[in-house]
Write a protein that binds this ligand. Structure first.
Ligand SMILES: Nc1ncnc2c1ncn2[C@@H]1O[C@H](COP(=O)(O)OP(=O)(O)OP(=O)(O)O)[C@@H](O)[C@H]1O
Ligand SMILES: [Mg+2]
Length: 264
């Protein structure tokens, strides 16, 4: 694998209505790195991620994925090794059944028969969905968290070398969230994830990048970036819970809760 599977050079992007979403982003991600992309609502995280498999094309600046510059003639190649999980699973799931959705990508890559069956079963199990129970379900009728897990399974089934996830835990219950964290930890590929779950970033990602109003305002080792409360507040972020725990005295909570009950 190339030394920097993702290289972004002076990337800017303005939407058709004039909203400037990204401004002069420079970023390199090394092979095997796991990186968190954090920042307030509307700071540009999704816009940045949508550039990584060519859904949005750079208006200014350059993107290189592996050894390929992000231009039309390399788009198909790039999409074969960048797997992008959308923020909203409804944007991703489009087949009438879960099974057709999860097999769609690998089938397009030429996988068939037993291999296809095994890989897709494996990916559904990996996200905590029993294929027996879910294969024939219509994605439209699944719960938010189930949809999110199907979307992740479908991307994993393509065995991308670079995994890009947009808010992968947003709709997951605590145990599914924990299972996903452990799954991602075991996966060897390069990973970039946009997240508001700062504890996930702390737990999983070596490096954290902070976006603010379309600009990259900070990047560094996660533990360092996410421990600077003043900086985080400036950018509408908060300390991860695991850093702020000493301040919330759990043993006092029941007393306060009791005194807050209406009398009589
Ligand atoms: N299709 C669009 N047309 C116009 N503006 C858009 C469009 N999509 C996003 N934007 C704007 O671009 C900016 C960046 O949006 P983006 O979705 O990238 O933010 P985000 O960091 O992913 O936010 P969130 O945390 O809410 O997911 C915002 O100001 C948003 O309003
Ligand atoms: Mg987003």
């Amino acid at each position: 694998m190339h030394h920097n599977p993702i290289a972004i050079d002076d990337l800017s992007y303005t939407y058709a209505d004039g909203t400037q979403a990204l401004s002069h982003i420079n970023l390199a991600i090394a092979a095997g790195e796991r990186v968190a992309l954090v920042g307030a609502n509307g700071c540009g995280k999704s816009t940045l991620l949508l550039h990584l498999n060519g859904i949005l094309s750079p208006q200014a600046g350059r993107i290189t994925v592996g050894e390929y510059p992000m231009v039309k003639e390399h788009l198909q190649t790039i999409r074969n090794f960048v797997g992008l999980v959308f923020q909203n699973p409804d944007d991703q799931l489009f087949m009438p059944t879960v099974w057709e959705d999860v097999t769609f990508g690998p089938m397009n890559q030429g996988l068939q028969g037993k291999e296809l069956l095994h890989r897709c079963h494996h990916c559904l199990y990996a996200v905590g969905l029993d294929p027996e129970k879910y294969a024939s379900r219509n994605p439209d009728n699944l719960s938010g968290g189930e949809k999110q897990r199907v979307a992740i399974a479908g991307v994993l089934a393509m065995q991308p070398q670079i995994l890009v996830l947009d808010e992968p835990t947003a709709q997951l219950d605590p145990r599914s969230r924990r299972q996903l964290i452990e799954l991602l930890r075991q996966l060897p590929m390069t990973q970039l994830m946009a997240t508001h779950d700062l504890d996930l970033a702390l737990d999983l990602c070596d490096r954290t990048i902070v976006l603010s109003h379309g600009q990259l305002v900070c990047q560094g080792p996660t533990a360092q970036v996410l421990s600077d409360q003043t900086f985080l507040q400036q950018h509408h972020l908060e300390l991860p819970l695991s850093y702020s725990r000493p301040y919330c005295q759990l043993d006092h909570a029941p007393v306060e809760a009791k005194s807050a009950l209406p009398v009589g």
